[in-house]
Ligand binder design. Structure first.
Ligand code: ATP
Ligand code: MG
Length: 414
């Protein structure tokens, strides 16, 4: 029955997936906290305007990828396709622009109606950080360093490369945009249909096209470098110097553009060769005009987002769960005592289970299946002596342990 299938482009996170997922988000949260970025959560849906106004009416996300719903009285809401706009909205709504700088971390689901493929889903999850109120290039360096440290904690830093570009200030961008449009107009016939469409909507995005046809045209396109104002060049130089001083390697990629309208100056992506076309695991940049575009006071911003699924795909092995201690009561009479014991273990911080049903052999087999570290056998004799028989499932050895000594004995298994 089709209704019992997950909706196309969505996935269940079964415990094994969830472990990897949480390893990514928890590692990121911890490292973000070291940098002073505390977690924020904004609603999963917002008024559509929040995204339309900020991402830009012409972007791929706004034109084709948003899940939007009419909710009566001419109001429309959208499931968030990304979280920067939502966080900026929260900063304005809560009047936080008086307390700059602000440093936020987030983690949660995003929704985009795009063609599902490996590493590309319709509900996916992102971690991300936003830094508001720091106009200096040190802000860019800080968020990139934070991203690099998270990738290092996940064991992925040496499997990705950092690509870097500048989109300049609005003046540089306008001059470059005009030059690009003139060039692409000349080569209009050689462009893909999508890119011909982008020519009027979002010409910069053609640089980023994955179509071979476009890439040939793009190869001869004018370079942004020649159109950067001196101030934009100086800003970019300072970012590059900061990265070098921090030992963060990067490659310049003059074709790197971010898909969203609110970016300026620094654009960066950490990419991998291991995921095919979906090669960006973490991407971000500076967005000095976003808060103003939304109707707030001008506030500088820089941040990034990373796809949790893509990072999880790259993890060689998910983190393991602690192996449980299994309590096996032998007779009816020990059932209650076993329950009390397993509760004591749990309260002392052990992952503990009780082998309830079936004969003793079956209970022991279940302990094996749970990959228990040890089994605590509780029979008449043990009950009488005030303890348990502890069987170490790795060595196969077993001996009697008095209740009073039990915690100390179990500590050897940590
Ligand atoms: P792409 O060029 O891959 O479409 P994007 O520019 O749309 O990426 P961003 O909006 O910058 O991506 O999102 C940041 C990160 O979120 C991406 O680098 C990727 O890891 C992840 N991501 C984006 N869209 C999806 C998706 N549909 N499914 C899974 N992960 C995604
Ligand atoms: Mg995309």
């Amino acid at each position: 029955m089709t209704t019992l299938q997950p909706v196309r482009g969505t996935h269940d996170l079964l415990p094994e997936d969830m472990r990897r997922h949480r390893f990514v988000s928890e590692s990121a949260r911890e490292i973000a906290a070291l940098y002073g970025y505390d977690e924020i959560a904004t609603p999963v849906f917002e008024f559509s305007e929040v995204f339309k106004r900020t991402l830009g009416e012409a972007t791929d996300i706004v034109t084709k990828e948003m899940y939007s719903f009419a909710v009566g009285e001419g109001e429309e809401i959208t499931l968030r396709p990304e979280n920067t706009a939502g966080v900026a909205r929260a900063v304005i709504s809560n009047g936080l622009t008086q307390q700059l700088p602000l440093k936020y971390f987030y983690s949660g689901p995003m929704f985009r109606h795009e063609r599902p493929q490996k590493g590309r889903q319709r509900q996916f999850h992102q971690i991300g950080v936003e830094l508001f109120g720091v106009p200096e290039p040190e802000g860019d360096v800080e968020v990139i360093a934070l991203g690099a440290d998270i990738l290092a904690r996940l064991g992925l830093l040496d499997r990705v490369r950092l690509e870097l570009n500048t989109l300049g200030d609005p003046e540089s961008r306008k001059a470059y945009r005009d030059a690009l449009v003139a060039y692409f107009e000349e080569h209009r016939d050689a462009l893909s249909e999508d890119s011909r469409d982008r020519l009027t909507r979002n010409p910069l995005r053609i640089l980023d096209s994955k179509e071979r046809k476009d890439q040939q045209v793009v190869a001869g396109a004018p370079a942004f470098d020649d159109y950067l104002t001196d101030a934009s060049k100086a800003f970019f130089d300072a970012v590059k110097r900061g990265l070098e001083r921090n030992g963060i390697a990067y490659q310049l990629n003059p074709r790197l553009v971010r898909g969203l309208d609110y970016y300026c100056h620094t654009a960066f992506e950490f990419k991998t060769d291991e995921l095919g076309a979906q090669d960006t695991v973490l991407g971000g940049g500076r967005y000095d005009y976003l808060v103003e575009m939304m109707g707030g006071n001008p506030v500088h911003g820089v941040g990034w987002a990373a796809g949790i699924e893509r990072l999880a795909l790259l993890l060689s092995e998910g983190p393991s769960t602690p192996r449980p201690i299994v309590v096996v009561p032998i007779g009816e009479a020990q059932g209650e005592m076993a329950f009390a014991l397993v509760q004591r273990l749990r309260r002392a911080g052990w992952r503990a289970e009780i082998g309830f049903s079936g004969n003793v052999k079956k209970r022991m087999r279940r302990a094996d299946r749970l990959q228990a570290r040890a089994v605590l056998i509780l029979g008449d004799e043990e009950a009488e002596k005030g303890g348990v028989t502890l069987r170490d499932l790795d060595s196969g050895e077993q001996d009697f342990v008095a209740e009073a000594d039990l915690q100390a004995r179990l500590k050897r298994f940590i």
